[in-house]
Structure formats: structure tokens, C-alpha cells
Design a protein around this ligand. Structure first.
Ligand code: BJ8
Length: 429
């Protein structure tokens, strides 16, 4: 990230996007240092990690330049905060789909002027990034899509909409038949709106291609999940999380090819029994809220305690990659139905009841041979805090120990987290 700061062409681009250059320089400086300490300091990393380092170093540089070039050619950029926004449709309309969730504290104090203090760090962060003029993805977006998931987000979008027009998708709260019908109408409404924004029309061919591109990306990430079941673990949890995070920013076809290459390398490692951590290192699974870039605090603390993370049950993890869209549909109607079915399987804690998640968490923990689970909730996140209790019970029934962590983006609790995690890891050894 440090390299991008010195590039004058990038600075000009950021200026055009009306970023606050000084604040942005400071952010990139801090992130560069953070990345160096957490990522570049790892030993025995994969060669394929060069791709991850490059994407991260240019995430506000070359990738934003690519977005500007695409926009100059008439393509549109859609920014979203939730994995419920159907990427297949965005791709079918030749638009670019990017994630806008933010994982840094910068700007959070400004956000507190618009939303209550006891709001989760993820929400404060995206509002703060807008107010502090720090996010080039947000400033490049032609359409920003919010959604009715948790109460915190729903109400925050009302405030956010005053800063920047925000299109809201109504995500149902149950998995009933009526909810399914509502979601289908919302998917169709999104499609119609994006057709207007892009000036293009959906065709069966384009939608099929969009479905295949999104599925291929998910398949590459599924491959990664499967390879991590090997013992010793062939890749660190930090790098695997980074791969999932990058999946929200990079061009999907390039990303898929690079991750498949990286998985080839992992396969060789697994075959030669080579691991990133010793074979007897406790294997932990993370479960809970999504971890947006650059929220690497907890994985770093966990992996510094001698454990290795072998899976993430979150929207920046398997919750977003587990299910594919059926590819057999030939008409737009059939394909939309397949998209609706796939998205209704997402087991976000905003649904009630949400028993599927309990089954999915225990199944994943067993599949990837986790010795224990760390449940991660952001402070003030009601949906995941409630479910932490249920997940604990479900895991206990399977004899899998769980530690529940509640934290935010600040570094103040690092020592306290270390103590708790080290004690948990010791019980697993
Ligand atoms: S589908 S998990 S991406 S809503 S952490 S903002 S829930 S108070 S992020 Fe999510 Fe979509 Fe669900 Fe996934 Fe609210 Fe909790 Fe904050 Fe959260």
C-alpha cells in the first residue's frame, strides 16, 4: 500500500474522486504497516501469495484505475454492503460489482454524529469512510445498494441516503414461501433498476454468463475450503481470509484463475505433507460476523497463539461460497428462479428462525476437522450475539468447544483477547 502513495497518477485520480488526500495518505500508511506486520512477516508463505500482496498494495491504486477506465467505456460500478445483492445480475449487465463494507476505525468518530454510538463497527466504518472521504470504491460507484438486514444497517441507510443516494433491497427476515415470493420480486426490481442505470437489457445469454462467472469464483473458493481440511494446514487462516476479502474487489475472472493457481500450489503442498503450521497445532474455525478489509486483528491474535485457522463461517467465507446457482436454466425466468433459490439459502443471523446455520456450522467444523470454534461478534451486533449462544449449544452437542468473542475494530482489547485466546488454545492442546 505504501507504494501506491508515491504514484502521482494515482494521487490525481484520488483527487478527482474528491478523496481527502492527507487523511487517505495517513490511512494507507497505517494499513501498509499493519499489512507488513500481519502478512509479510509470515514464514513459508505460498508463492501465490504474491498475487494477494499485489492486489492489496494496489487496491486503491490500479484497481481503481481499472474502474475509471471501465466507466470511461460506459460500464457502471455497483457498490454493495451485503452478499444478498445478486452479483450474477450485475455481471450480466456488464457492470462491476464491488464490496463497500469497511473494516477500519478511520472516520468512526464522524459517523457517531449521524448514528448512535452503540452501532457495530462495520456500519460506523462505512459511514465514517464516506464522511472522511476515504473510500475510492464508494466514490466510484454509480449505484449503491443497501438492504434491510439487521436493524443497525436498515436505520443507518436512512442516514447514509442523505449523504449519497442509496438503493435499498428488501431482504426478508424468514424463509417462508411468502418471503421467497418477496425476495423474487426484489431480485426482479434490482434487475429492472440496474437495466435503467446501465442502459442495457438482460438476455438469457448474458445472465447465463453472469451465473457461470459467479459460480466459477465460488467453486475456486470451495476448492480452497476443501484443501484446508488437510493436516497439517497448508495455508494460514490470515491468507485464506485475505483471499475471501479480495474476492469482493478484484475482477472475478482474473481472481478465479489466480485462486485456482494458488490451489494447485496448495494441492502440491498437501501431497508432500507440507504445512504452514506444525501438524499438532490446534485447528480453529472462525464463525460469525463478516471481517471486511483490513479487519485482521482477531486472526492475527489467534495465529500468534500457536493455533491455525482452518475455516471461516462468515459472509467473507463459506456463507458466501457454499451454495451455487443452478446452471441448467435456459430462460431469464428460470435463471432468476435459480438465483432466488440460491440466495434464500444464505443463513444470515438476520433470519428468524435460522436453524440451518446451526447445522451448517457444525457440519463445516467437522468437515475441516476443527478442534475448536471461535465465535466472533462485533460489539452491538444483536443478530450474531444472540446466535453465539445457540451455536455454542449446537457445537457442545457435537463435543466441539467454542469461545465467544465480542470485539470491534480498535486495538485496545488486543492484550485481553490474547489472554483469552491463549487460554482457550491451551485447553485444546
Ligand atoms: S448476509 S451477515 S453481509 S447482513 S455485524 S451490520 S449484522 S450489526 S454484516 Fe451481513 Fe448481509 Fe447478513 Fe452477511 Fe448488522 Fe451485525 Fe453489524 Fe452485520
Amino acid at each position: 500500500m505504501g507504494g501506491a502513495v508515491s504514484d502521482s497518477a494515482h494521487r490525481e485520480m484520488w483527487e478527482k474522486l474528491d478523496l481527502d488526500l492527507n487523511a487517505h495518505d495517513a490511512l494507507l500508511g497505517v494499513l501498509g504497516k499493519f499489512y507488513g506486520d500481519i502478512y509479510l512477516s509470515q514464514e513459508n508463505r505460498l508463492q501465490g501469495a504474491e498475487y494477494l500482496d499485489f492486489v492489496l498494495s494496489e487496491i486503491h491504486g490500479l484497481r481503481i484505475k481499472e474502474l475509471q477506465e471501465a466507466k470511461a467505456e460506459g460500464r457502471k460500478v455497483v457498490g454493495s454492503f451485503c452478499v444478498f445483492v445478486p452479483e450474477e445480475i450485475t455481471l450480466a449487465l456488464d457492470a462491476i460489482h464491488v464490496g463497500l463494507c469497511a473494516g477500519a476505525e478511520a472516520g468512526s468518530d464522524l459517523a457517531e454524529q449521524l448514528i448512535p454510538r452503540n452501532t457495530c463497527a462495520l456500519i460506523k466504518s462505512f459511514i465514517g469512510f464516506k464522511l472522511a472521504k476515504l473510500c475510492p470504491f464508494l466514490e466510484s460507484s454509480d449505484m449503491i445498494v443497501g438492504e434491510t438486514t439487521c436493524d443497525g444497517k436498515k436505520k443507518a441507510y436512512e442516514a447514509f441516503n442523505e449523504l449519497v443516494p442509496t438503493y435499498i433491497m428488501e431482504v426478508p427476515q424468514t424463509k417462508s414461501k411468502a418471503a421467497h415470493t418477496l425476495w423474487k420480486s426484489e431480485v426482479l426490481r434490482y434487475m429492472a433498476e440496474l437495466e435503467k442505470v446501465t442502459g442495457r437489457t438482460i438476455t438469457p445469454e448474458k445472465l447465463k454468463k453472469g451465473i457461470r462467472t459467479a459460480n466459477a469464483k465460488r467453486r475456486a473458493l470451495q476448492r480452497l475450503t476443501t484443501l484446508r481440511a488437510a493436516s497439517p494446514a497448508p495455508i494460514s487462516g490470515r491468507d485464506a481470509l485475505l483471499i475471501n476479502q479480495i474476492s469482493f474487489y478484484d475482477e472475478p475472472v482474473r481472481f478465479t484463475a489466480k485462486i485456482n493457481e494458488l490451489c494447485d500450489e496448495l494441492e502440491n503442498r498437501v501431497e508432500s505433507n507440507e504445512g504452514i503450521a506444525p501438524e499438532n497445532a490446534p485447528r480453529l474455525m472462525l464463525s460469525g460476523c463478516p471481517m471486511a478489509v483490513p479487519n485482521w486483528k482477531l486472526p492475527y491474535v489467534i495465529e500468534s497463539s500457536g493455533a491455525v485457522i482452518v475455516g471461516e463461517e462468515s459472509c467473507i467465507g463459506t456463507r458466501n461460497t457454499r451454495d451455487l446457482v443452478d446452471e441448467s436454466g435456459e430462460t431469464v425466468e428460470d435463471m432468476i428462479d435459480a438465483i432466488v433459490d440460491r440466495y434464500m439459502k444464505i443463513d444470515c443471523a438476520c433470519f428468524t428462525p435460522n436453524d440451518d446455520r446451526l447445522e451448517n456450522v457444525t457440519a463445516l467444523a467437522k468437515d475441516i476437522k476443527a478442534d475448536g470454534v471461535i465465535h466472533y461478534s462485533l460489539l452491538f451486533c444483536q443478530p450474531y450475539l444472540h446466535e453465539a449462544l445457540k451455536v455454542d449449544k449446537a457445537l457442545q452437542a457435537e463435543g466441539i468447544p467454542m469461545l465467544s468473542i465480542e470485539t470491534d475494530y480498535s486495538m485496545e482489547d488486543v492484550e485481553q483477547l490474547k489472554t483469552r485466546i491463549e487460554a482457550f488454545v491451551e485447553t485444546l492442546e
